[in-house]
Design a protein around this ligand. Structure first.
Ligand code: ZN
Length: 290
């Protein structure tokens, strides 16, 4: 009991003393400003900056601190992008938009989800809401976003949400050009039905389309919405010297896409055999108890 009281007193102090996960430079003008799980990226250009993903609402002051620690200013952010509109990546968008006056660009198929704060989500529609954010420009698959001479291409990779988006860019550094891909992997959240999903009738085709499209995209530097998906902490440790080559991982990208696709195929197979078992069961006449 006394120990519990002591810990209860100490815990807030311990939490506030915890160090903020440090920001890092990935390559050229691309920086990581997320935490040890939720990935956020800052693209710096001479005409202002672009922020991709905000994490939860509590992530916003943390991102602000990281941007400052890198020597940049939050108010220089002009464009907001998101890999998909779930609360762990989009809940801070409204707040950052208010703080910076930046414009929110999003894939056309993701606009409704962002503007309803997650209420139209096919899986999390009755929970997992986040502050709605107004979208200023709807993007089409393959559309280019330009700021300060820098170009980011947005690709529609649906399934995880209807408008999930990957972002591709080329960054030159020390005579080398890196093809960078922030991929929204086709992970399937628990509770998702692939077969006969009335809230997302095209889910099977959309996931299949995403895996195909991702296999065709070139990628030298592989990044994702969650840092563990690309192995941030196996490639980099706080205090490590800047070296973009540590993130070059085309094989890791191919493996990650193959892994998510095989999980999808397995779930599809399981759902189909379950459905078949049910149909077979219906063929039998019910036994009427005597
Ligand atoms: Zn998600």
């Amino acid at each position: 009991m006394r120990r519990a009281l002591f810990l209860g007193f100490l815990l807030p102090l311990l939490i506030s003393a915890q160090k903020l996960f440090p920001p890092l430079r990935i390559v050229g003008n691309l920086y990581y400003v997320g935490d040890n799980d939720l990935a956020s990226y800052l693209v710096v250009t001479p005409r202002g900056d672009i922020l991709i993903n905000t994490g939860f609402a509590y992530s916003v002051p943390e991102i602000q601190s990281r941007v400052r620690a890198l020597g940049f200013r939050l108010k220089d952010i002009k464009i907001l992008l998101v890999t998909h509109a779930h609360s762990d990546h989009a809940a801070g968008e409204a707040k950052i938009k208010k703080l910076t006056g930046a414009r929110m660009f999003a894939m056309r198929e993701e606009v409704e989800l962002l503007e309803t704060g997650g209420k139209t989500d096919y899986l999390f529609g009755s929970s997992g809401w986040f502050p709605p954010v107004k979208v200023d420009r709807a993007l089409e698959d393959g559309e280019k976003i330009e700021l300060g001479g820098f170009i980011i291409t947005a690709y529609l990779h649906p399934g995880h949400t209807k408008g999930s988006t990957s972002f591709a860019m080329e960054i030159a550094e020390a005579g080398q050009t890196y093809r960078v891909l922030i991929a929204n992997l086709g992970n399937i959240n628990e509770g998702t039905a692939l077969l006969d999903n009335p809230k997302y009738p095209n889910i099977i085709q959309d996931y299949a389309r995403t895996f195909q499209a991702q296999k065709e995209l070139p990628c030298d530097i592989f990044l994702t919405s969650h840092s563990a998906q690309f192995g941030l902490l196996s490639k980099w440790r706080p205090g490590a010297v800047y070296d973009p080559n540590r993130f070059v991982d085309p094989a890791g990208y191919i493996r990650a896409v193959a892994r998510t696709e095989s999980r999808y195929l397995l779930q599809l197979q399981e759902e189909r055999s379950e459905e078949q078992a049910w149909k077979d069961h219906l063929k039998f006449k019910p036994v009427i108890p005597q």
